[in-house]
Design a binder for this molecule. Structure first.
Ligand code: PGA
Length: 246
């Protein structure tokens, strides 16, 4: 049986009360090994992290994730949250380089490399996102583009640190659009990435109840990073059930 990761990216959704409710429902399902055997990561907004950690306690197979981290160690950076601060509330994983942050907050490959370094330094595993735009795919430059994202943000790492990183391939045109990449699209990119890197490699972009099993069964896919379908209890629970015994 393969060990795979199902990561929920709540983005900027859920009040604290709603987040606690959803987290406890997910935790119950994950704790019931008959219903789920994935390693589940809940990537919650910063303000929920302490509360979600308290609900997780010492349960196995469920981990706490943040959605961002500062590229600075500490100091006068109003509004930022550091890797050391995330670690101090029990964060295990952090999403770095999500396309929404690259696009809306101008995060460069260089800045992302700094975030990766700080996360690893403080014992947090990066979930590093890469992926092309529709225009890049149409021009056929997507594989080179993804390789440059990985090279510029990750390839400076030592082999040991590299192993701590999870990579998520998320084509921008498939995120939040309902349009999922085809099995062939996913296979091609994942095979290209795995030529250079052997490690947990997730797919993200309109993963839903109906397609999650088929996607996770692709040989070079080790799980999924899920946005929209992780915000509704019923959907996310079905996703965990549908990925059982892969
Ligand atoms: P989506 O988002 O599942 O809503 O497409 C995925 C993501 O942004 O990580």
């Amino acid at each position: 049986m393969r060990q795979y990761i199902i990561a929920a990216n709540w983005k900027m959704n859920k009040t604290l009360e709603e987040g606690q409710k959803l987290a406890s429902e997910i935790i119950n399902i994950v704790s019931d090994e008959v219903k789920s055997d994935a390693q589940v990561v809940i990537c919650a907004p910063f303000i929920h992290l302490t509360a979600v950690k308290a609900l997780i306690g010492s349960k196995k197979n469920i981990f706490l994730g943040a959605q961002n981290v500062s590229n600075k160690e500490s100091g006068a950076y109003t509004g930022e949250v550091s890797a050391a601060q995330l670690k101090s509330v029990g964060v295990d994983f952090v999403i770095i380089g999500h396309s929404e942050r690259r696009e809306y907050f101008n995060e460069s490959n260089e800045m992302l490399a700094e975030k990766v370094d700080l996360a690893i330094k403080h014992g947090i595993r990066p979930i590093f996102c890469c992926g092309e735009s529709l225009a890049q795919r149409e021009q056929g430059v997507h594989i080179d583009f993804i390789k440059s994202q990985l090279t510029e943000s990750l390839f400076h790492l030592s082999e040991q640190d590299f192993l701590k990183t999870v990579i998520a391939y998320e084509p921008i045109w498939a995120i939040g659009t309902g349009v999922t990449a085809t099995i062939e699209d996913i296979e091609n990119v994942h095979n290209a990435i795995k030529e250079r890197i052997s490690k947990p490699l997730l797919y993200g972009g309109s993963v839903k109840v109906e397609n999650v099993r088929e996607i996770c069964q692709i040989p070079n896919v080790d799980g999924a990073l899920i946005g929209t379908a992780s915000w509704k209890k019923e959907d996310f629970i079905k996703i965990l059930e549908n990925t059982k015994d892969l």
